[in-house]
Design a binder for this molecule. Sequence first.
Ligand code: SF4
Ligand code: SF4
Length: 76
Amino acid sequence: MARVEDTAANAEICARFCGSCPTMKENSLGELPPNMLFCARGQSEKPEKIAQNGCNCPGCEVFTKYGLEGSYFCSP
Ligand code: SF4
Ligand code: SF4
C-alpha cells in the first residue's frame, strides 16, 4: 500500500468519510488524537476497545487514490 500523506487536502476528504462514520461517532474518536485521517496518522489513541460499527473508508477518495486495502484504520 502507498503511504498516505498527512495533508490538508486528504484531511478535508477524510472529514467527509470518517466524519460521518458511526464508529467514529459512537466511540467519540474525534475527541482523541489523531482525531481522523487514521490511514496516514495511525490508530486512535483511545485506550478502550473500539466498537466497530461500520467503516466508510472503502468509499473514500483517499482510499482509492492511494490504493489502500482493508478498513478500520482507526482501530487495532
Ligand atoms: S477509519 Fe473507518 S471505522 Fe474508523 S472512523 Fe474512519 S471511516 Fe470510521
Ligand atoms: S481511508 Fe479512511 S481514514 Fe483514510 S482518509 Fe479515507 S476515511 Fe479517512
